[in-house]
Design a protein around this ligand. Structure first.
Ligand code: PAF
Length: 278
């Protein structure tokens, strides 16, 4: 496994990689949810590149960038063990040189849900993903379904900017009790960790109503709200039943709709989602 930091080193290493090249952009502190992206990429790509960069521009002023968990040594060791070919570890100065002025932003799909509670978040994501795409020039890029709106935003951006890159979306990896894997789960104490299963429970309750014939978006949103309200350690920031591409809320629900939510468990903000299937 080759590890590079500077753009020059990356470009040189990239030249020697046989294609197709798969990119997995990450912010590090890797868990099984990331490794599954790497494994999926290894199945069909001759070379797999992982970037690790805690992107400051996608954190809001009230979000603690410094407290974001980091463990580069462990990340490098697990990436090597699964067979990653190249790891890029850019510094903030490389990604955002002095007098940085150029941003990439989507206008609509980034506005609701996460976008409305985390203003500027997706502008940070689309800007950094554009820079990663430009530098690595992958044939495929891998993202987790766990960040459903990020998937919609990145797909939109990839289309709009005409990148010849396939966006591959990998299903959410869950703990045995249903909690979606996330680096943020490490912030939860024992009681909160147990309470955090409420996100999965709420999604499955709404899915069960859908499977029994409920088609009103409002009713599915209410089921999710009520389930979360019943958990004393949790409080919902939003619940949504929306079109999974536009993220617009739906009145009359059909297959493929996206249930999603952001829930505080203690001070930790967790997100999760579920796509309704027949
Ligand atoms: O999903 C993430 O970890 C980040 O948003 C990403 C895509 C690596 C961009 O910083």
């Amino acid at each position: 496994m080759i590890t590079v930091v500077s753009l020059q080193e990356l470009w040189e290493a990239r030249q020697d990689l046989p294609g197709p090249v798969g990119l997995i952009p990450t912010m590090g502190y890797l868990h099984e949810g990331h490794l599954i992206l790497v494994r999926q990429a290894l199945e069909t790509c001759a070379s797999v590149v992982v970037s690790i960069f805690v992107n400051p521009t996608q954190f809001g002023p009230a979000e603690d960038l410094e407290a974001y968990p980091r463990d580069i040594e462990r990340d490098l060791s697990v990436l090597k063990s699964v067979g990653t070919h190249l790891v890029w570890l850019p510094t903030p100065e490389i990604m955002y040189p002095a007098n940085f002025q150029t941003w990439v932003d989507t206008t609509d799909v980034s506005q609701p849900l996460e976008g409305s509670y985390r203003p500027g978040h997706f502008r940070g994501v689309t800007t950094v993903v554009t820079k990663l795409f430009n530098a690595v020039r992958p044939d495929r890029a891998y993202f987790g379904q766990k960040d459903a709106q990020q998937v919609a935003v990145v797909r939109q951006m990839t289309r709009d900017l005409s990148y010849p890159i396939e966006i591959e979306v990998v299903p959410t990896v869950r703990e045995s009790d249903g909690l979606a894997m996330s680096s943020r789960n490490t912030y939860l104490d024992e009681a909160q960790r147990e309470a955090a299963t409420v996100l999965y429970r709420a999604l499955r309750e709404a899915e069960s109503a859908y499977l029994q014939g409920e088609r009103r978006g409002d009713a599915l949103r209410r089921i999710m709200q009520d389930t979360i309200k019943a958990e004393p350690l949790a409080s919902a920031q939003y619940v949504s039943c929306a079109d999974r591409n536009t993220l617009h809320e739906i009145d009359l629900v059909t297959d493929g709709a996206l249930l999603s939510m952001a829930v505080y468990v203690g001070k930790t903000r967790l997100i999760d989602n579920w796509i309704l299937k027949p």
